[in-house]
Design a protein around this ligand. Structure first.
Ligand code: 8HG
Length: 302
């Protein structure tokens, strides 16, 4: 566990002596799109139908607009606080080359996000830039999500699949997702049709809860049955919302990082994925995140 104890209050909780928790590392390392930094360095974000503000004060972390129940029901797992990141970092640091990236992003934690939101978000991420991805997801939420008030401002939850099912391709396109609208529509339809069979033996591979229970390789394959999901996007979905830590998403930054640090020749993304998974094994997903953050923040080139 990476914190000592919880101090609950009426409308906030304080986590005392938190290890391996840096707001900018967690929220700007590429895994999430719904967190925004305030001028004072705090972050406000929406997840699991709630809006919270997070502040780091010394070694403590304060979660505003929350309480003890929500912390144990949602945020403890969301922030992966039961995991000891020192253990992961120590193992990864045995690789002399990875040391630099691990030290640079020492406060990264892999968030446990919602599978449906992350599936749609990473379909939008394909061949796209992070500010554009964030804008599109924010527009989809404003249009179809539930309003949540905090300090006089309105935030919006990410809409349920059933709600997005009743939209048109034109409406989704208008949120700024471009050619990906048809993939979103098709994926939403498949997910909604599959959940009709919840509890029966008729369940299809399109039910995200079922897919989440598959082993890592089956999960990676099952996700690619949706349209708009290739190996890279499937790796991101399984890593950021299904706790499959052997995933190794290779985008241009991770490719560059692997070439820069490991002198991998200019080969296919698939070869780099195999190389990474082979090297980092069960910790591939974590290694990938330290590499992605290092490469992008330092704008490395090869
Ligand atoms: O966390 C991420 N890892 C990898 N490998 N790729 C990512 C992450 N987050 C993210 O948005 N991407 C993709 O990188 C989306 C987009 O194609 C590009 C933005 O730099």
């Amino acid at each position: 566990m990476d914190f000592e104890r919880l101090e609950p209050y009426e409308d906030k909780v304080i986590l005392k002596n938190v290890k391996n928790f840096e707001l900018s590392h967690i929220f700007d390392c590429g895994q999430c799109f719904r967190w925004n930094r305030l001028d004072n360095g705090n972050y406000i974000g929406v997840a699991y139908g709630k809006v919270i503000e997070v502040e780091k004060q010394g070694e403590d972390v304060i979660i505003y607009n929350s309480n003890e129940k929500d912390f144990y029901d949602i945020w403890l797992e969301y922030f992966d606080l039961n995991r000891d990141y020192d253990e992961i970092k120590n193992k990864l640091r045995e690789d002399e080359i990875l040391k630099k990236s691990v030290e640079f992003g020492h406060g990264i934690r892999i968030l446990k996000q919602e599978p449906f939101e992350i599936t749609i978000s990473f379909i939008i991420s394909a061949n796209n830039r992070i500010p554009m991805i964030k804008r599109a997801i924010s527009r989809i939420s404003e249009r179809w999500g539930k309003p949540l008030e905090y300090k006089g401002n309105i935030y919006y939850s990410f809409p349920e699949a059933e709600i997005l099912k009743n939209t048109t391709i034109e409406e989704i396109t208008a949120c700024g997702v471009g050619f990906r609208a048809k993939y979103i529509e098709d994926t939403v339809n498949k997910i909604c049709d599959s959940t009709k069979y919840q509890g029966n033996f008729n369940e299809t591979d399109y039910d995200l809860r079922t897919i989440k229970n598959f082993n890592d390789d089956e999960c990676h394959k099952a996700l690619q049955k949706f349209s708009g999901i290739g190996p890279k996007v499937a790796d991101c979905i399984m890593l950021f919302s299904m706790q499959k830590y052997s995933a190794f998403p290779v985008d241009v930054w991770v490719k560059r990082a692997m070439q820069y640090f490991y002198v991998v020749p200019d080969v296919s993304l698939k070869k780099i994925r195999d190389f990474g998974k082979d090297k980092f094994g069960e910790l591939s997903g974590f290694a990938q995140q330290y590499l992605f953050y290092y490469a992008r923040e330092n704008n490395i080139s090869i």
